[in-house]
Ligand binder design. Structure first.
Ligand SMILES: [Fe+2]
Ligand SMILES: [Fe+2]
Length: 377
């Protein structure tokens, strides 16, 4: 008896997963296939999407492939972390003397030796994987079946970042039946998009999307997690819907610590929107990541201790594709080559915009400028 097993976070399943399982079923010809969503992958922080929904998505995406698929909640029942060798032991108990084929992503192949109790897996299964364009695996010393053909370069992380940035589900990456579950349950930031659409003017909402997209591009270059960058980008202007009086009241009520607060309230209360946006992200959507909240809070005035994420957002905000002035293109291009130089340029442009429009210059903006010039010297 042949058992094919495919485990993963499936948060969400993408068409690369589906293509691999389809090919594996056609090559291995298993008597039964187990799809086993991880309850808590040993390799990842606990998945934020509830198990029940990830199981629903797995059923929607993989179900049409084969009637003989068992959607297995073994890991949920077990609770805690489950290692692959434990999954293999469970299947051995369930199916005596079966041949077990363990389907893994190509990217896992080179790391398999480091998996817990890897020798047990090698001794008791055939590892099945698909080839991905551009990926080179090391020579493997275990029983390995490589699926014919090539499989698309996709990742669940990228799919989540795409949905969070755009509010849309990429139909080339997510099966339609699964997309319906994502929409129905407001997953991957669709709830934030609904809120932003309701509270921001259409142009401001579009700007937020464009900033999130720029953040995604820069996060790749500067090795910042894409989801964090996109999260900061999409919500950075959430507080823009508040009037000057509302912003002041909002910040006072929460006793937010804002440098030069009294002067800002007197001279340019609109500057408070970035601090309000960070608070809203935390209050409305439970965003707790300090780096994300700090990047949102300082996207207007910067600070003297900006993280790479803060720098990315600051630069993306002033140079996103919806910005029409000619320097936006220059900063956008520069940002892809040198983030520090782009930050200096962006801070410069911001100061000149403020002076040109005869507005009050916040001391924080001047402090940032002096700090960047001193560092660049
Ligand atoms: Fe802003
Ligand atoms: Fe903005």
């Amino acid at each position: 008896m042949k058992i094919l097993v495919f485990g993963g976070s499936f948060d969400p399943v993408h068409k690369g997963h589906v293509a691999m399982l389809k090919k594996a079923i056609s090559v291995v010809k298993p008597d039964v296939t187990h799809v086993v969503p991880a309850y808590h992958s040993p390799f990842k922080a606990k998945s934020p999407t509830p198990f029940k929904l990830r199981m629903q998505m797995a059923k929607a995406a993989f179900g049409p492939l084969d009637k003989k698929i068992v959607f297995d909640d073994y890991e949920l029942k077990r609770g805690g972390k489950t290692y692959s060798y434990q999954l293999v032991q469970y299947l051995q108990k369930r199916y005596k003397n079966a041949d077990i084929f363990l389907l893994v992503g190509t990217d896992c192949l080179n790391d398999l030796h480091a998996w817990k109790n890897a020798e047990y897996i090698f001794a008791n299964t055939t590892v099945v994987s698909g080839r991905r364009k551009g990926f080179r695996e090391n020579k493997v010393s275990f029983k390995h079946l490589e699926l014919p053909g090539q499989f698309p370069k996709m990742s669940s992380t990228r799919v989540r970042a795409h949905i969070l940035a755009s509010g849309e589900i990429p139909s080339d990456k997510v099966p339609a039946a699964e997309a319906a579950i994502i929409v129905k349950n407001d997953l991957y930031g669709l709830d934030q998009h609904r809120w932003l659409k309701a509270h921001l003017k259409p142009n401001r909402y579009l700007h937020s999307i464009k900033v999130a997209e720029s953040c995604a591009v820069l996060s790749d270059i500067y090795e910042v997690p894409a989801e964090k960058a996109v999260q900061a980008g999409i919500f950075h202007d959430a507080g823009k819907g508040l009037s000057a009086d509302e912003l002041i009241a909002f910040c006072k009520k929460r006793r937010l610590k804002i440098p030069h607060f009294e002067a800002i309230c007197r001279c340019e209360p609109a500057l408070l929107h970035s601090f309000a946006s960070a608070s809203l992200a935390k209050e409305l959507f439970g965003i707790k990541d300090k780096e994300i909240l700090k990047a949102i809070a300082e996207h207007t005035l910067g600070s003297l201790q900006m993280s790479p994420l803060s720098k990315i957002l600051f630069v993306a905000d002033i140079s996103s594709k919806d910005r029409k002035y000619k320097d936006a293109f220059v900063i956008r291009t520069l940002a892809m080559q040198d983030l520090e130089k782009a930050l200096l340029y962006a801070a410069n442009r911001k100061l000149w915009f403020t002076i040109d429009s005869q507005k009050w210059l916040c001391p924080s903006g001047i402090e940032l400028w002096n700090h960047l010039v001193e560092r660049a010297a």
